[in-house]
Design a protein around this ligand. Structure first.
Ligand SMILES: O=C(O)CCC(=O)C(=O)O
Ligand SMILES: [Fe+2]
Length: 325
């Protein structure tokens, strides 16, 4: 169930479990269809939706199937679920966009997906499609980390937060902010585990996938009034809102979104890209620059800044060639 308390926890911690939102009969069907799909696509699909025939990964630890809704109408019931619509509208406003919607299977692997952030101002949810225990390839989150620098810049010893795994039973559902640190644990068992993941953005979220993947599900209608109507704000938040490897861009985003309330509230009112609605309580929407700076690891940060600077000067292609040779 989505209660006000759950929404408050989501804003406080950056992720929240809401339990099971579906009936058992539906979930059993969903699991059955998921199993059939992975029988047909044991290694998932590549980014062009072609069947993969080898066990190597497009992304470490993940075999993914993207075109779910085309393959079975059972999946569209998820996006029609009243609870899911309620929380998505609350966080992203009406006419929010589904950016991606897929299932991910993790086989036995003794490698973690390291903590990272995806981008600012979105909302994602995950539904367990198997019973999943700790160290069975489950996603983990660092509570309250959505107000801290991206993980590559952080001194993990100075930071007292510890990851929390999203384990549970078939159907258990978790909402999370993609700017909250997250990763995936090893799968130490032979049992493969699957979750469904969905990334949502407000009505100005890009309708084209950044890596060019075909998007084979129906988005809600994108009304013309949803298109960006303030060019400067759109360019500003677009540039600063997706920079998981730049601390400078990340902190500028955080200051603009959390501290410059006139600017951010105006941007939110225009459904500007990468801006989700605030919770509406100044304590929960607060941001501490001191806490942000306190967890930075200076030497890691300087090294990344120098590397990025060299890349900028030489161009990415040249750096790639030097690395290869
Ligand atoms: O597979 C997961 O559990 C997380 C994947 C993820 O965070 C990503 O692909 O960015
Ligand atoms: Fe991620």
């Amino acid at each position: 169930m989505i209660t006000e308390e759950k929404i408050k926890l989501l804003y406080e911690k950056g992720s929240v479990g809401v339990g099971n939102l579906f009936n058992n009969n539906y979930l059993e069907q969903l699991q059955k269809i998921k199993n059939e799909l992975f029988k047909e696509f044991p290694y998932g699909q590549d980014d062009q939706l072609n069947k993969k025939n080898s066990s190597d990964f497009v992304r470490p630890g993940s075999h993914m199937i993207w075109d779910l809704i085309d393959r079975s109408p059972i999946f569209s019931k998820i996006l029609d679920n009243e609870n899911i619509k309620k929380i998505s509208t609350r966080v992203l406003g009406a006419n929010y966009n589904v950016a991606s919607f897929y299932i991910r299977k993790t086989p036995r692997i003794n490698e973690k997906l390291n903590p990272h952030i995806d981008y600012q101002g979105g909302l994602s949810f995950s539904i367990l499609l198997d019973d999943i225990k700790e160290n069975e390839g489950e996603t983990f989150f660092y509570p309250r980390s959505h107000k801290l620098p991206p993980p590559p810049f952080v001194d993990f010893k100075k930071n007292s937060v510890h990851p929390v795994s999203i384990t549970g039973k078939l159907g258990d559902t978790f909402f999370w902010f993609p700017d909250c640190w997250h990763g995936r644990n090893e799968n130490l068992n032979d049992k493969e585990t699957t979750i469904l993941m969905c990334h949502l953005g407000n009505s100005n979220y890009p309708t084209k996938d950044p890596i060019g993947r075909m998007r084979n599900y129906n988005n809600k209608k994108i009304a013309s009034e949803n298109k960006e109507n303030n060019k400067f704000l759109h360019e500003f938040f677009k540039f600063f809102g997706r920079a998981p490897n730049s601390i400078l861009r990340h902190i500028i985003y955080c200051i603009a979104y959390f501290k410059l309330k006139g600017l951010s509230n105006f941007a939110i009112s225009k459904n500007t890209i990468y801006t989700r609605k605030k919770y509406g309580d100044s304590k929960i929407d607060s941001f501490s620059i001191i806490n942000y700076l306190k967890v930075i690891n200076p030497s890691k940060t300087i090294t990344i800044i120098i590397k990025n600077f060299i890349k900028l000067i030489l161009g990415k292609r040249l750096v790639g060639k030097i690395k290869k040779s």
